[in-house]
Design a protein around this ligand. Structure first.
Ligand SMILES: *Cc1c(COP(=O)(O)O)cnc(C)c1O
Length: 361
C-alpha cells in the first residue's frame, strides 16, 4: 500500500490511524455481530457510539452546557439555508461579512428568506484580505451576524473572533474547526461540513446555543428544524451513522494527540513552514493573501506561468504529492494542510518545491 500525501481541500486526508481502526472494526464492530452500518441507530450499541462522539467533541472544544450539538446531513451548504429559516422567525434580517466565495454563497442563499445586510466586503480586493473592523456597518438589531472564519478557496483566515456586541455570532467553521482551541461561548451557532477536519462527507456538525432554537419560521421543514433535531438528539430520522462513528474516532485521535492546544502548535508550525518556503523563493512562488489573514489550513500559491504550474502539478503527482490544483474559480495551486496532514507531508512538499524551483528557475 502506498498512501500519497493528499492536499485535497475536501473531502480530504483522514488520520491513517483512524482508517486502520475503522478497517479493523469494519466487518464486525467489537462483538456486535455486525458492522456499524448495519445496526439500528436507536439500538444500545449505536446510541453509545453517538453519545461518546458528542462527549469527545464537547471535551475537545469545551462546549458549554447551554449548547446543543447536532449531527446532521446536507453539508455546510445546506446550513446556508437552514440558518436563515431557523433564526429569521422573529427578526428577518441579518448581518453578513463577505470575505470570499463561501461567504458569498451563504449571503446569496440567506437573501431568499429575509433582509441581508452585507456589513463589509473584500471582493474589490479579490478576497485577499478581511475588511477592517471599523468599516463594518453592523445592525445592532440583526437576528445574527454570519461570517466565514476560514475561506477555504481563497485561503483567508480570521485568527480572532470578531466582537459584534450582543448579536449572535454564526460562523462557518467547515475548514478550520478543531485546528486550535475555540471559545464556543462567543458564538450563537457554529457549523462545519465534516469532510475537511472532522470525518467523511455526509455529516454536518452544528453547535447551537439553546436560546436560538425557537426562532424558526412556521414553514421551516421538519427535517431542517434545529429545535426538532435537538429535541430528538439528531435522530428525527436515520442519521449518517457511519460518518458519526468515524467522526468519533477522529475526536479520540485528536485527544490522543494532546487536544486542540497541541494541534494548534503543530498546525501553526506546518503553515509557517510552507509560507516561509513561498516567501523565501525570491518571488518564484507567491501567496497573495494579506499576511495577517493567511490561512493555517489552506495555502494557495502561484508560479510564474500557468505552464510551470501544470508541470509542477504533474511532477508533484509523480512524487506522491497530490491534489494541489487551486479551486477552479481562482486557479493557481493550493495545499490544504488540515489536522490529518502529517508534518512529514508538509516537509515533503517544501522539499519538492525547492527542487522544482532549482530545476526551472
Ligand atoms: C467546503 C465548504 C463548504 C461546503 O461544504 P459542503 O459540505 O460541500 O456543503 C462551505 N463552507 C466552507 C467554508 C467550506 O470549506
Amino acid at each position: 500500500m502506498t498512501r500519497v500525501y493528499n492536499f485535497s481541500a475536501g473531502p480530504s486526508v483522514l488520520p491513517e490511524a483512524v482508517l486502520q481502526q475503522a478497517q479493523a472494526e469494519l466487518v464486525e464492530w467489537h462483538d456486535a455481530g455486525m458492522s456499524i452500518m448495519e445496526m439500528s441507530h436507536r439500538g444500545k450499541t449505536f446510541t453509545a457510539i453517538a453519545e461518546q462522539a458528542e462527549q469527545d467533541l464537547r471535551d475537545l472544544l469545551a462546549i458549554p452546557n447551554n449548547y446543543k450539538v447536532l449531527f446532521l446531513q446536507g453539508g455546510a451548504a445546506l446550513q446556508f439555508s437552514m440558518i436563515p429559516i431557523n433564526l429569521f422567525g422573529k427578526t428577518a434580517k441579518a448581518d453578513y461579512l463577505n470575505t470570499g466565495i463561501w461567504s458569498t454563497k451563504a449571503i446569496n442563499e440567506a437573501r431568499k428568506y429575509g433582509q441581508v445586510n452585507v456589513v463589509a466586503s473584500s471582493e474589490a480586493q479579490k478576497f485577499t484580505t478581511v475588511p477592517a473592523r471599523d468599516t463594518w456597518q453592523c445592525d445592532p438589531n440583526a437576528a445574527y451576524f454570519h461570517y466565514t472564519p476560514n475561506e477555504t478557496i481563497n485561503g483567508v483566515e480570521m485568527h480572532d473572533v470578531p466582537d459584534v456586541g450582543n448579536v449572535p455570532l454564526v460562523a462557518d467553521y467547515s475548514s478550520t474547526i478543531l485546528s486550535r482551541p475555540l471559545d464556543v461561548s462567543r458564538f450563537g451557532l457554529i457549523y462545519a461540513g465534516a469532510q475537511k477536519n472532522i470525518g467523511p462527507a455526509g455529516l454536518t456538525v452544528v453547535i447551537i446555543r439553546e436560546d436560538l432554537l425557537d426562532s424558526h419560521f412556521p414553514f421551516t421543514p421538519t427535517m431542517l428544524n434545529y429545535k426538532i433535531q435537538a429535541d430528538d438528539k439528531s435522530m428525527h430520522n436515520t442519521p449518517p451513522t457511519f460518518g458519526w462513528y468515524l467522526a468519533g474516532l477522529v475526536f479520540k485521535w485528536l485527544k490522543a494527540q494532546g487536544g486542540l492546544e497541541a494541534m494548534a502548535v503543530i498546525n501553526q508550525r506546518k503553515a509557517q513552514h510552507l509560507y516561509q518556503a513561498i516567501d523565501n523563493s525570491g518571488g518564484f512562488y507567491k501567496n497573495a493573501i494579506d499576511v495577517r489573514y493567511r490561512s493555517w489550513m489552506n495555502v494557495p500559491f502561484t508560479l510564474p506561468t500557468e505552464a510551470l504550474e501544470k508541470s509542477f502539478l504533474a511532477e508533484a503527482e509523480k512524487a506522491g504529492l497530490t491534489t494541489l490544483a487551486g479551486h477552479r474559480t481562482v486557479g493557481g495551486l493550493r495545499a490544504s494542510i488540515y489536522n490529518a496532514m502529517p508534518e512529514a507531508g508538509v516537509n515533503a512538499l517544501v522539499e519538492f518545491m525547492q527542487v522544482f524551483q532549482q530545476k526551472w528557475n
